[in-house]
Design a binder for this molecule. Structure first.
Ligand code: ZN
Length: 244
């Protein structure tokens, strides 16, 4: 079984298409939330994800706010502007579909579970060892995949917790040893924040017990032009070019 791991697509259709083209053969997609917000193609991204032949999805915080399940209170002014723009444009059918996505964590099989922010709270960010430790305490599978920070990261726990990597570059492979547990963020498809502007995604090969974090170039200029044309804040276009 091979899983394609997608998180934080954020209405960036160009990035999503590049990832789907680069993914190669896989059996099932795992989509870790935040399909919308920031980018200019929320409906198109949702349509693409809905058309995937086989996928398990959970919602992200932007999906909740875009559909009225949560308030914009916790959002900074950029995120707020973008999510209000998104909410006003989403096709009603896509809004209903997005609003019906379940909260994580969701167990996929005996090896892996997925969450948006963390396995203890879908909205909490995992940045450091302390957050990682909290996550390891509540994980129900040897591997927990998370998103939300838009920064690829990997932690290993076998009584001691160690940070692996960090996962940077074209391909970063994490071998999943028997007897250890892992907490991995494969990065953001649509708005990377680790200084590498390329779209990030993961391929999990269950039989090989191998998880690879990968990067792919996409048509950044087209995504930026759409953001500006849509009247979204210029900075949302600029940040894509620097991966912040
Ligand atoms: Zn996000």
């Amino acid at each position: 079984m091979k899983y394609l791991v997608l998180s934080d697509i954020h209405a960036n259709l160009e990035a999503l298409d590049a990832v789907l083209a680069a993914a190669g053969g896989y059996d099932h997609a795992l989509v870790l939330g935040d399909l919308v917000g920031y980018g200019a193609n929320p409906d198109e991204v949702i349509d693409r994800i809905r058309a995937l032949p086989s996928a398990t999805l959970i919602r992200g915080n932007h999906d909740k706010v875009a559909t009225g399940l949560d308030s914009v209170e916790g959002f900074n002014h950029l995120a707020r502007y973008a999510i209000q723009w998104t909410a006003a444009r989403l096709a009603p059918e896509n809004r209903d579909w997005l609003a019906a996505l379940p909260a994580g964590p969701t167990a996929i099989d005996q090896l892996v579970e997925i969450c948006h922010g963390s396995p203890f709270d879908e909205d909490v960010y995992i940045f450091d060892d302390l957050d990682g430790r909290r996550a390891f305490n509540v994980m129900t599978r040897p591997l927990c995949l998370f998103g939300h920070t838009h920064v690829p990261a990997a932690f290993r726990f076998d009584g001691e917790m160690t940070a692996i990597g960090p996962p940077r570059g074209d391909r970063f492979r994490v071998t999943l040893d028997e007897g250890a547990t892992y907490l991995v963020n494969c990065g953001a498809v649509g708005q990377p924040r680790d200084g590498d502007p390329r779209a990030a995604f993961g391929i999990l090969d269950v039989a090989a017990r191998s998880l690879t974090v990968m990067r792919v170039q996409y048509d950044l200029a087209a995504a930026q032009a759409k953001i500006i044309e849509a009247g979204l804040p210029d900075v949302l276009a600029q940040r894509l070019a620097i991966g912040r």
